[in-house]
Design a binder for this molecule. Structure first.
Ligand SMILES: NC(=O)c1ccc[n+]([C@@H]2O[C@H](COP(=O)([O-])OP(=O)(O)OC[C@H]3O[C@@H](n4cnc5c(N)ncnc54)[C@H](OP(=O)(O)O)[C@@H]3O)[C@@H](O)[C@H]2O)c1
Length: 293
C-alpha cells in the first residue's frame, strides 16, 4: 500500500531537499504532493481541507513558514498568520482526518541562557517575533490530540535559496575581509540531512501516538565565525574572517547566544546516526560547485 504525503512550502530550502531525498530513495513507497503557495496557500483553511480530502492525504510535512527573522519584527501579523494561524488550520485538519503531521520549528524558541544542551522538554522563552510566532505554532499542535512530530532545527542551509553558506560564498568572492559573530554558538543543519531524518520519522511513525518534540541539527558545536572560516577554507577562498561580538553586528531581531541541542531523543527513538557538520558542509559545497541547485 502506498501512502499519500502532502509537503507544504515545497519551493523552500527544506521543501526542495525533501524532494531530492524522496526522488533518490522513497519514490516507490510514497506518493508525495509537493505544493508551495501557488498550489496551496496554507493560510486558506478551505483550500487546505479540499486538498487533503481530495487527495486522501495520510501524512503532512509542513515545510512552509515565515522565515524572515528580522523582517518579522515589523511584520508581526504576517509572521503569526503563517507560523501560528496556518499551523492551527493544519493541526485541526490532521486531527479531523487522522493524519500524521511533521512540523518544523526552531532553536529561536529558546532564549539561549542555558549552559547545557537544550533537550526538547526544556522551558522555551523566545526573544524575537519570529521565535514567538514559531512557539505559538508549536502550542497549536501540542494542545491537540493528534499524532505529530515537531522537529526543531537550527541554522538550516542547502544549495537552495538564501542561507549563511551561500552568503559566505558570495562575500568570500567579493571581499578580502569579513567580520563574523563569534559569541553565538550552535550547530548548522544540512537541509538534506534533515529531510532524510524526516523520512526516517515517517517510516517509524507508529512510534508516535501524540504530539512530541524532537531536536535535530548536525553533530558538533561551533560559532558563526567557525562556520564562516570553514566555508572559506573548504572553498579555497582567501577572504580573512575576523571574529566580532554580537553587539558589533546589530540586527532587528535578538537571537539566542547559545542554541546547542541535545540530540539524544531523535537519535534513540528513530535509530538515527547524524552526520558531523563538517562532512555535511563538504557535501553541500560540492553540490553547489556542481551546480546541482
Ligand atoms: N532557515 C533556517 O535557518 C531555519 C532555522 C531553524 C528552523 N527553520 C524552520 O525550518 C522550516 C523550513 O525552513 P526553510 O529555510 O526551508 O524555509 P524557506 O526556504 O523560507 O521556505 C518556506 C517556503 O514556504 C513558502 N510559503 C510562504 N508562505 C506560504 C503559504 N501561505 N503557503 C504555502 N507556502 C508558503 C515560501 O514561499 P516564499 O519564499 O514565496 O515566501 C517558501 O517557499 C521552517 O519551519 C523554519 O521556521 C529554519
Amino acid at each position: 500500500m502506498s501512502y499519500n504525503i502532502l509537503v507544504t512550502g515545497a519551493k523552500g530550502q527544506l521543501g526542495r531537499s525533501l524532494r531530492k531525498v524522496y526522488e533518490e530513495q522513497f519514490k516507490t513507497q510514497y506518493e508525495v504532493f509537493f505544493t508551495d503557495i501557488e498550489e496551496l496557500d496554507i493560510t486558506n483553511q478551505g483550500a487546505l481541507e479540499d486538498f487533503i480530502a481530495d487527495n486522501k492525504i495520510d501524512i503532512v510535512i509542513n515545510a512552509a513558514a515565515y522565515t524572515a527573522v528580522d523582517k518579522a519584527e515589523t511584520d508581526k501579523e504576517n509572521a503569526f498568520l503563517l507560523n501560528q494561524t496556518a499551523v492551527r488550520f493544519i493541526a485541526e485538519l490532521c486531527q479531523k482526518y487522522q493524519i500524521f503531521l511533521i512540523h518544523i520549528s526552531t532553536d529561536y524558541v529558546f532564549d539561549g541562557t542555558s549552559t547545557v544542551p537544550y533537550t526538547p522538554e526544556m522551558t522555551i522563552n523566545p526573544l524575537s517575533v519570529y521565535g514567538k510566532s514559531k512557539a505559538e505554532g508549536e502550542r497549536e499542535i501540542l494542545e491537540r490530540n493528534l499524532r505529530a512530530a515537531i522537529v526543531r532545527t537550527s541554522w538550516l542551509y542547502s544549495p537552495y535559496g538564501t542561507n549563511f553558506v551561500k552568503t559566505m560564498l558570495r562575500l568570500g568572492n567579493e571581499k578580502e575581509r569579513l567580520n563574523v559573530i563569534n559569541d553565538q554558538v550552535g550547530a548548522p543543519t544540512n537541509a538534506k540531512d534533515l529531510a532524510t531524518a524526516i523520512f526516517a520519522i515517517i517510516n517509524k511513525r507508529h512510534l508516535i501516538s501524540s504530539p512530541q518534540i524532537f531536536h535535530y541539527a548536525n553533530e558538533g558545536t561551533i560559532s558563526w565565525y567557525d562556520f564562516a572560516r570553514e566555508i572559506m577554507t573548504m572553498s579555497n577562498l582567501p577572504c580573512v574572517v575576523q571574529p566580532i561580538r554580537t553587539e558589533e553586528y546589530p540586527t532587528a531581531a535578538q537571537r539566542p547566544k547559545y542554541s546547542i541541542f541535545d540530540l539524544s531523543k531523535i537519535k534513540t527513538q528513530f535509530a538515527l546516526s547524524i552526520p558531523f557538520w563538517k562532512d555535511s558542509l563538504k557535501r553541500t559545497l560540492q553540490e553547489i560547485k556542481n551546480n546541482e541547485s
